[in-house]
Design a protein around this ligand. Structure first.
Ligand code: TRP
Ligand code: SF4
Length: 349
């Protein structure tokens, strides 16, 4: 199997493991991670760390673009997100976790790249457009320069590490496309210097919320967090959306419109799912029992994660040490890129 570098997006199974190639991805530290993140990205990162040289960015500078008025929130969530990473099995001996704000080369690259992208092009970016529409309350009539420009800064994140692949969700594709455009423009003006990254799609796609909403999120109150304890999981699953037409236990149900069944498919084995489906349709399964079985299976996945998280919650210094040593390793690589970029741009004094 050949690596298809020329494609602009591929799926994870298409790439041949290669420790000499870099992967970069990241998250804005604005809240604890939930099982949507787990199935959508975290789980695959644990696999990728054995296959590629993997970098995970805690994007605190990007988080400030729409939280500039709330620096405490961003700061608090930096260690929370690192704990989430470590608790799911991302291993600092195998991958590098780093903090964006402590890599000044990223900010420098952002300024250089800002000459290579027009305002109109940024305004047309579908991801930015959607986000601006959602953030009317913060931005009012006119969006900030920083927020409009965050795709440029994200292009700096990616190229600073010479990343070949960027594992992201569907919503991030326009940002990777914009990064590729910046790279092409840079190379055409200053000479072949930067690598065009390829977006790698996670195969799961988006996980729906417990209420059936297409999106799982904190503001929607429909998420299961990696840090939720058994009691919280129980309460949330007990109030999850089921087939509303089912009143009595022997009413035939439709599992396909039930979130409990949807989650069984994520957390329970194939036989269990088959039973749930058949018994529900035949009116031979009570919703309460069905939910209890789901809670047990969710807990089988989340209990070890929670335990690991507790370990790190009690050792905040260890968490920060991991982040800072990852950051100094990352910075060495960003500096190498910066040297090449400055040479190409005739800024090497
Ligand atoms: N924009 C991404 C998100 O909101 C986070 C991010 C920042 C990122 N820098 C990145 C993702 C670089 C991939 C590559 O989820
Ligand atoms: Fe949903 Fe299970 Fe009730 Fe069927 S039995 S409606 S799958 S909770």
């Amino acid at each position: 199997m050949e690596n298809k570098i020329e494609d602009e997006k591929i799926s994870i199974e298409d790439i041949k493991p290669d420790k000499s190639l870099r992967i970069l991805t990241g998250d804005r530290p604005t809240g604890k991670l939930h099982i949507g993140h787990y199935f959508g990205s975290l789980k695959s990162r644990v696999e990728l760390q054995d296959k590629f040289e993997t970098f995970i960015e805690v994007a605190d500078v990007q988080a400030l673009t729409d939280n500039f008025n709330n620096p405490d929130k961003v700061k608090q969530n930096v260690s929370q997100i690192v704990m989430d990473y470590l608790s799911v099995g991302m291993d600092p001996n195998k991958l590098t976790i780093f903090l964006q704000s402590q890599i000044p080369e990223i900010a420098e690259l952002t300024i250089f790249y800002s000459n290579l992208v027009t305002i109109a092009r940024l305004q047309r970016n579908p991801t930015v457009k959607t986000e601006i529409a959602q953030k009317k309350e913060l931005f009012g009539e006119s969006v900030t320069y920083g927020f409009l420009g965050y795709p440029v800064s994200q292009a700096a994140d990616i190229t600073a590490f010479d990343a070949s692949y960027v594992p992201v969700g569907e919503d991030q594709l326009p940002l990777i496309e914009q990064c590729r455009e910046i790279v092409r423009k840079f190379n055409s003006i200053y000479g072949e210097t930067l690598r065009e990254p390829v977006a790698v799609m996670s195969n799961t796609g988006r996980i729906k919320g417990l209420d059936g909403n297409e999106k799982m999120g904190k503001s929607l109150g429909n998420a299961l967090y990696l840090s939720d304890d058994l009691q919280t999981i129980t309460e949330k699953v007990m109030s999850a959306l089921t087939d509303p037409a089912r009143i009595k236990k022997d009413d035939p149900g439709n599992p396909n419109i039930c979130m409990v069944y949807y989650y069984h498919k994520l957390f329970s084995d194939e036989d269990t799912c088959k039973n749930v489906c058949e018994e529900c349709k035949a009116g031979k399964r009570g919703c309460v029992a069905c939910k209890k079985q789901l809670i047990e299976n969710i807990n089988k996945t989340l209990a070890p994660i929670r335990e690991k998280r507790h370990y790190f919650e009690e050792r905040p210094q260890e968490v920060m040490d991991i982040l800072m040593s990852g950051t100094s390793h990352a910075r060495e690589i960003a500096k190498e890129t910066m040297q090449k970029v400055k040479e190409a741009m005739k800024l090497n004094y």
